[in-house]
Ligand binder design. Structure first.
Ligand code: ADP
Length: 426
């Protein structure tokens, strides 16, 4: 059992490549934590530093309350499973799984029993005498897991263990890994770039981007309440709609978010409006997941975005609709974030502190933002269409007008630095 604490851990490779930037993270005993992010964001480097395979450039790694920077991998009692699950080719399944016990000079009779038990748990008992070369990719990966687990490590580190497998096998093994590791109750750090793996396996997900920690939270928190635009865009399919908007705080009404020719209004009773007021006349990024949009027949009732149905993509169980709504879509890769570490969940200055916002709240005139004013650009833009799901094609044809009711409670607003305008609590 082990608690892992990363305290402002950094890694700069020889040659100057910064892979990890002041990463601070606590993984409590028994937690299954997934490190998620695009290729090259520093996930493997982080895992290798925890394993003791890579030196730490700055900061401290604590294992069960002890500083571990100087400990050898063996002293850390961690087990690691890699992408290719490298096995000893000339040892049988039995020999591979039992290898760590043999190295530890465990009692042979007891070892044999434990190997058989482990093989049974992993569905490998029929192939104990086979060599790795005769196994499928999924079976080999299971052997690698068995070999790692049988040591009863205090910490389990997995680096993309499923990424070399085909989709069906990946789904099966994902379930098995989840069950097995949870059953053991061993603290686990699991690296993946696959959001589905992260959402389905994790107790908590830590999302990394260019060496920085973007966000950390439960799968639900990360999906519904992401700290940054990057995280919002990294999770979910179809991708979240990120739209460029201009903020107008209007006394007596609320905060208007001008999205091209359309607008959404957050009343002053909405806590987000208070924070948005300090962004009056600024450009922000509004995030709306496709599942927060629902077709409606009444374009004048509540919060509605309207447009022309441009294309319908058939996805089997649903249609993905591309709707030309005269909005400006923002590419999440180009929404800048502050490039210095900052604790996730840091509370931004509330709008009420800002003088101009206060005057608006008190009923002052405020500066009006002409709706037609072309929005200054935040980031580059990919497509100018809203994406939403339609469960049935009935009645929809490309070219027709569509009205989408917006679930205002689920609308996310990000500032120019890509961080949420309203505070994110974890
Ligand atoms: P991920 O696991 O998220 O794909 P990595 O931790 O492997 O990312 O890499 C993070 C960054 O560090 C990348 O830019 C990568 O090119 C660089 N990097 C990784 N290993 C080395 C190395 N041994 N020497 C120099 N740069 C490296």
């Amino acid at each position: 059992m082990s608690e892992v604490v990363l305290e402002a851990v950094s890694k700069v490779y020889p040659g100057g490549q910064r892979a990890v930037a002041e990463l601070s993270l606590t993984v409590p005993d028994g937690e299954f934590l997934v490190l998620l992010g695009p290729s090259g964001c520093g996930k493997s480097t982080t895992l290798r530093m925890v394993a003791g395979l890579e030196e730490v450039t700055g900061g401290t790694i604590w294992l069960d309350g002890r500083p571990a920077n100087e400990l050898t991998p063996r002293e850390r009692n961690v087990a690691m499973v890699f992408q290719n699950g490298a096995l000893y080719p000339h040892r049988s399944v039995r020999g591979n799984i039992g290898f760590p016990l043999q190295m530890a000079k465990a009692d042979p009779a007891e070892s044999a029993e434990r190997v058989t038990e482990m093989a049974r748990a992993l569905g490998l008992e029929q192939m104990l005498d086979r060599l790795p070369g005769t196994l499928s990719g999924g079976q080999r990966q299971r052997v690698a897991m068995g070999r790692a687990i049988i040591r009863e490590p205090s910490l389990f580190l997995m680096d993309e263990p499923l990424s070399n497998l085909d989709a069906a096998l990946r789904n099966d093994l994902r379930l098995e890994i989840g069950g097995l590791v949870r059953g053991l109750g061993v603290t686990t750090l699991y690296v993946t770039h696959d959001q589905v793996e992260a959402l389905t396996l994790a107790d908590r997900i830590a999302v990394m981007n260019e060496g920085f920690l973007e966000d950390v939270g439960t799968p639900t928190q990360i999906y519904e309440n992401p700290a940054t635009a990057f995280v919002a865009a990294f999770l979910g399919a179809p991708p979240i709609n990120l739209l460029s908007a201009t903020v107008e705080a209007v006394a007596g009404e609320g905060v208007k978010l001008h999205l091209g020719r359309q607008r959404l209004v957050l009343p002053w009773t909405d806590p987000r409006a208070q924070y948005l007021a300090s962004h009056h006349a600024d450009e922000v990024v509004v995030g709306i997941r496709s599942d927060a949009l629902r077709p409606t027949g009444d374009p004048h009732l509540g919060a509605v975005l309207s447009g022309h149905l441009r294309t319908l993509e058939f996805h089997g169980h649903e249609w993905l609709a591309h709707i030309d709504a005269g909005v400006t879509v923002v590419d999440p890769a180009t929404v800048s974030r502050r490039r210095e570490p900052e604790p996730v969940g840091a509370v931004p200055r509330p709008a009420g502190m800002a003088g101009r916002a206060l005057s608006l709240l008190r009923g002052g005139a405020g500066r009006r933002v002409p709706a037609e004013r072309p929005a200054p650009h935040v980031g580059a833009h990919r497509r100018a269409e809203l994406l939403t799901r339609l469960h049935s094609r009935d009645g929809y044809t490309p070219g027709m007008d569509v009205h989408l009711a917006v679930d205002l409670d689920r609308v996310l607003v990000f500032g120019k630095d890509g961080r949420r305008v309203d505070p994110v609590s974890r």
